[in-house]
Ligand binder design. Structure first.
Ligand code: ZN
Ligand code: ZN
Length: 951
């Protein structure tokens, strides 16, 4: 047996290898079940243990690169998927990317610009070809990163929203909604990006507080004779250039200042046309002058007001934000026009004033250009029947949110939802399947490209130039990746097996972009798919997923939001390069719980790198002993591995204890993962592996591994078997969190003959039998159901040993020296300790672990000498220090000087008012604690110096 493990743990040396192996071996592929595999009646009544665990990757942009948010999201998904898979459920995680309309088009346009070309130079067809080329070359980057990080996804099922099969679904969905009267075309105010030259959704507009101006302009009142009356009405605006599109000025009907103007007209400055004064209760009398200009084509509120008063709309800007009305301003950029208009107004004496004004200005999320609200003809989904169904699904509990407060956020948004503008004026995306007829001017809407007009038969038809919003296709993913709309009797295996998926893990930032849309479209379209037995699908079976877990934000170590401008962005790939994927994953997991942001601190990752190292060294220690045992003809029966270890009642204390601990840890981890408490799960494993297994159990087991000629071979074999089987099970327990390290060591445990291709395909540890009630931290359960009481017995032993070790250190006993010790227990409060320490075997362990010769005294301690008091017992060591007075004096004097300096520095800092005012409370608290500790050390050192014999 060789159990080859390199001496040092080097994550880079093992991770690439396994990442590549998992993909090459296709380990996480889940085959499409054969139709009819799943009896219809089972679909919703199956116990969850049998229902596949299905999870969709929220598709990153094809242009994307992995950031810390992805890393957290994917770590959480991978932990759950690996855990569910190992727990016996069929587990499917489907990866893919979306085509990211605007982002991708921009990327390719930028490359063209470098060649001195525009997309218009190429033309639509050639441009789209270029985008596909770009996608082929660069589009897989983020999925490549996922592969490297070991995400246990089914790569056979990778999707791209522009794939042929998914495009079929997009057309089907559009045509169905159109035929159901739920898609319409109309002129509405949209957020227009003059740079991207497309409409963008409300969610793609970022509002930034900006310093601007409020221009006050007076409009002449037209008299009854048609001439200017000499009176003016003053309005205020933040966008004076839109004056060119004014069609009215509105006042509140009860505003007494303007009652005499009801029914009058105004002359629009610079333009000259007469516009009416209209009364509308929407106007706020207190804002500005109480009179507002009405520009329906460039403001959503004005648009609504215009509808109410049957006013025309005058669009004054072209797609690129240049003025397109005839006259002095024609062709000017919107900001150039603004300057000129303000100057002209001033010259004509119509500018009353300019006030500084801070207001929220919308910017395009993609290119940061100021968005122009603008009237434009777009395609919309009539949202109401879809939204109602989506609300019902959550209301009736068919979809659950974690943390639960996102349910409220969801309803708030769904209650105020507007019709969804689904058209984008881009070239990259799913082109809207509508053909306009040049002869009869009607539209043909079709799933397959028509050759003639459906109304008049004319062949002079041209396809709509707009494409669909990316979220239209992303929103369909839950149904489309499982074969919708082609759900036929022979072809429905996937849909029956995997729809609805179990869980969606995502960030709150795409709750509305994506989650809400998937719920709307999923409920709508899946609802039409009959159940396998032909019966109607219920809403519970129509939802796209059963659970939504909204993960938190990853912030920097100081809890600041990461941002490029602040320069505090942590690049996951860089950190992974430094510490290994496992350590980074564990860092994130150890802090991840519902609703709590993560302060990512590299120091913690360093700690978990050390944890990985500790496990590595434990493995090496283990293998060394396995090999030595083999030389004596002792070997562990492989059948002892792979299950939950058990021991009999006669096994030594440490064996009974570690097995009970392992069961308790497994019970706790399973329970915590069920509740998305990644942090509790990770920390429980950490405590078990490092604290219980490495620090205590290994130390004791060393005493049992006797390889001498006279050894009790059966005892050695039993010890080795428990050691190896507990270690192997611990690796499985840790595997979802640290897949690489555990895979490497697990293969070494089996020395090249593993029972499965991967540790990920083995069984996750579950507490069994008498242990099944065990939970860590609830010792009382341990006492009741773990009849041997090993957990309690061991905890007493640990307490005694810890106290003795601390006392030795205080007394300055050299590490190797064995000293005499006493443990004092009175009957009243120390009976447990006394009981356990009375046994020779426990005294033996105590002696070995604390390097003492212990004597049990059933009496109160004399409270003199080297004594330490604990609850239930006192410990004493018998040790006379041989003191080198000169050296001790020198050391203590040096220490005193050092402590005095520390105390002085701390008191100076704590006396500094300016510092105290600025420093965060935890920093001040830390300083105070440190100062008190230093003072205590100073006092002790002074006392020790005073107590030294004078020479
Ligand atoms: Zn833009
Ligand atoms: Zn026609």
């Amino acid at each position: 047996m060789s159990h080859d493990l390199p001496k040092a743990y080097d994550p880079t040396a093992i991770e690439d290898h396994w990442a590549e192996y998992w993909v090459r071996e296709n380990l996480f592929a889940v085959k499409a079940p054969v139709a009819g595999d799943t009896p219809a009646s089972e679909a919703s009544s199956r116990p969850c243990g049998q229902h596949p665990f299905t999870i969709l990757l929220p598709p990153p942009n094809v242009t994307g690169r992995l950031h810390m948010g992805h890393m957290l999201n994917q770590t959480e998904m991978d932990i759950l998927t690996r855990w569910r898979r190992m727990s016996g459920r069929k587990a499917l995680w489907v990866p893919g990317t979306d085509h990211a309309g605007i982002a991708t088009q921009m990327m390719v346009e930028r490359r063209l610009a470098a060649e001195g070309k525009t997309r218009q130079d190429l033309g639509r067809e050639k441009f789209v070809e270029r985008v596909w080329e770009w996608r082929k070359e660069f589009g897989g980057a983020i999925l490549g990163q996922m592969k490297r990080l070991g995400a246990s996804v089914d790569w056979d099922r990778e999707y791209f929203t522009m794939d042929e099969r998914l495009s079929v679904a997009v057309r089907e969905a559009f045509v169905r909604l159109y035929e159901q009267g739920l898609i319409y075309r109309g002129a509405y105010i949209v957020n227009w990006c003059p740079r991207c030259q497309t409409a963008i959704s409300d969610l793609e507009v970022v509002h930034v507080e900006q310093k601007g101006h409020l221009w006050e302009i007076k409009y002449p009142v037209v008299g009854d004779d048609g001439k200017d009356s000499g009176e003016f009405l003053t309005i205020a605006t933040t966008r004076p250039e839109t004056l060119l599109g004014d069609v009215a000025v509105a006042i509140h009907p009860e505003d007494e200042r303007y009652t005499h103007l009801h029914g009058k007209k105004l002359r629009l400055p610079l333009v000259g046309r007469e516009i009416p004064i209209v009364c509308d209760e929407w106007v706020t009398r207190e804002f500005g002058t109480g009179a507002v200009k009405v520009t329906p084509a460039h403001d959503p509120n004005d648009f609504a007001l215009g509808e109410r008063h049957h006013l025309p709309s005058i669009n004054i800007m072209d797609d690129s934000g240049h003025i397109n009305v005839e006259g002095a301003y024609a062709g000017l950029d919107r900001y150039v026009a603004r300057k000129k208009i303000v100057a002209d107004l001033e010259e004509q004496g119509l500018l009353v004033g300019i006030k500084d004004h801070v207001h929220a200005v919308g910017h395009c999320d993609r290119c940061k250009t100021t968005v122009e609200p603008r009237l434009s003809t777009q395609w919309f989904i009539k949202i109401q029947p879809l939204a109602d169904k989506a609300k019902q699904a959550v209301n009736e509990g068919h979809i659950r949110f974690t943390p639960e407060n996102y349910k409220k956020t969801y309803f708030e948004w769904m209650d105020n939802i507007h019709d969804w503008c689904i058209s984008r004026q881009l070239w990259w995306g799913h082109r809207i399947p509508v053909w306009h007829c040049a002869d009869c001017h009607q539209m043909t809407v079709a799933k397959t490209d028509p050759t003639a007009c459906a109304h008049c038969g004319s062949t002079k038809i041209t396809q709509e130039t707009d494409v669909l919003d990316t979220w239209f296709s992303s929103g369909l993913l839950p149904v489309s990746i499982f074969g919708w709309p082609n759900i036929t009797a022979e072809n429905r295996g996937d849909f029956d097996a995997f729809y609805p998926s179990s869980l969606l893990v995502t960030g709150f930032d795409i709750l509305f972009f994506w989650v809400a849309r998937m719920i709307m479209l999923g409920c709508w379209f899946a609802g039409d798919v009959p159940m396998p037995d032909g019966s109607k699908r219920s809403l519970a079976d129509s939802v796209p997923f059963k659970d939504v877990y909204i993960h938190a934000l990853v912030r920097d170590a100081n809890r600041e939001k990461m941002s490029k401008t602040k320069g505090n962005v942590v690049d996951p790939i860089e950190i992974v390069g430094q510490y290994g994927t496992d350590a980074v994953r564990f860092t994130l997991a150890s802090m991840a719980s519902p609703g709590t942001d993560i302060a990512f601190n590299v120091a913690r990752t360093e700690g978990y790198r050390a944890f990985a190292n500790k496990i590595w060294n434990a493995a090496r220690f283990l293998f060394m002993n396995v090999d030595r045992a083999a030389e004596l003809g002792i070997s562990v029966d492989p059948s002892a591995l792979g299950a939950m270890p058990t021991v009999d009642a006669n096994a030594p204390l440490e064996a009974r204890w570690i097995v009970a601990e392992l069961h308790a840890t497994a019970a706790t981890v399973n329970k915590e993962l069920e509740n998305y408490r990644y942090d509790n799960a990770a920390n429980t494993i950490y405590q078990f592996f490092w604290g219980s297994f490495c620090d205590w159990y290994l130390e004791i087991v060393k005493l049992r591994l006797d390889f001498s000629e006279t050894a009790d071979k059966a005892a050695t074999k039993a010890a080795l078997t428990t050691l190896l089987s507990v270690f192997e099970a611990s690796l499985r327990l840790l595997s979802p969190f640290m897949p690489f390290l555990t895979e490497e060591i697990w293969h070494a445990v089996y020395d090249g003959n593993p029972p499965a291709k991967s540790i990920a395909l083995t069984t996750y540890p579950q507490a069994e039998g008498q242990y099944s009630e065990l939970l860590k931290g609830e010792l009382i359960y341990a006492l009741i159901s773990c009849s041997k009481g090993a957990v309690l017995e061991m905890s007493v032993l640990q307490k005694v040993v810890t106290a003795l070790r601390a006392l030795r250190k205080d007394a300055g006993v050299p590490e190797k020296e064995v000293v005499s010790a006493r443990v004092y227990c009175t009957e009243k409060d120390g009976s447990l300790t006394a009981g356990y320490l009375a046994s020779a075997s426990n005294q033996y362990l105590c002696n070995a672990l604390a390097r003492v010769k212990v004597e049990l005294k059933l009496e109160a301690s004399p409270h003199q000498g080297n004594i330490r008091s604990e609850t239930g017992f006192d410990v004493e060591i018998i040790y006379e220090k041989q003191i080198d007075v000169a050296a001790e004096t020198e050391r203590l004097t040096r220490d005193i000087a050092k402590y005095e300096k520390g105390v002085l520095a701390a008191s100076r800092q704590l006396g500094n008012e300016a510092f105290l005012a600025k420093a965060p409370a935890p920093v001040v608290e830390g300083l105070k604690k440190q100062a008190a500790e230093t003072q205590q050390l100073l006092d002790k050192a002074k006392a020790a110096l005073a107590a030294l014999p004078k020479s």
